[in-house]
Design a protein around this ligand. Structure first.
Ligand SMILES: CC(C)(COP(=O)(O)OP(=O)(O)OC[C@H]1O[C@@H](n2cnc3c(N)ncnc32)[C@H](O)[C@@H]1OP(=O)(O)O)[C@@H](O)C(=O)NCCC(=O)NCCS
Length: 168
């Protein structure tokens, strides 16, 4: 089983992260689920799908990190710490994004649109990014911010509701 995206994730973690950082368990299960979905139909795929959902529930319950294989996430995901992290199933995230504990990325209203995060977005602890918005490449989201508008590439968003600080 080759998982190049997971290799890129692990490259953003310290050595031995698998035994030290619970968030990596959630990422491993996610990459496994995506890998299985990319395979041709058959018994083995069905079996692995059952295994995926079983592992997903265990890891979600143990770590409080919740994003299913429906989310599109580029290589090099880094999650600092764990707990209360929720990403809506329709969210798209680019490569080398960083999340922290308490982050929610989802809709503002039931059935509403959800955010797209471009590459290298950095999200501070407990930030909430909500609605049909786009977070540009390399943008930073402040800890505890509630982001309800798109953020240009390289800009910083802080506060509730978040105000945009243009790139320096
Ligand atoms: C958003 C962040 C990246 C900004 O860092 P920065 O680019 O160095 O920007 P500054 O510190 O110069 O702050 C710029 C302005 O935003 C304000 N600001 C910074 N972070 C803020 C936050 N989380 N909420 C509200 N305002 C914030 C600053 O007070 C400053 O306001 P001012 O211009 O009125 O003085 C950083 O403050 C942050 O929140 N990082 C998240 C880190 C994190 O989650 N750590 C948890 C570790 S477990």
């Amino acid at each position: 089983m080759k998982l190049p995206d997971f290799d890129a994730d692990r490259a953003r973690y310290p050595v031995s992260a698998f035994v030290r950082e619970q968030s990596l368990w959630a990422i491993a299960v996610y990459r496994f689920g995506r890998w299985n979905d990319s395979r041709p139909p058959g018994f083995s795929k069905k079996l692995c799908d059952r295994i995926y959902w079983f592992l997903f529930r265990i890891v979600e319950t143990l770590t409080g990190v919740s994003f299913t294989k429906a989310v599109e996430i580029g290589p090099g995901l880094r999650i600092h710490h764990f707990g209360n992290i929720f990403v809506h199933s329709k969210v798209k995230m680019g490569a080398n994004c960083t999340l922290r504990q308490g982050v929610t990325i989802g809709n503002r209203h039931e059935d509403g649109g959800v955010p797209v995060l471009e590459d290298e977005v950095e999200v501070g602890a407990y930030a909430q990014i909500l609605g049909d918005i786009r977070i540009g490449k390399g943008a930073k989201i402040g800890a505890l911010s509630v982001v309800l508008q798109s953020v240009p590439p390289g800009a910083t968003a802080v506060g509730i509701p978040a105000k945009i600080i243009p790139p320096k």
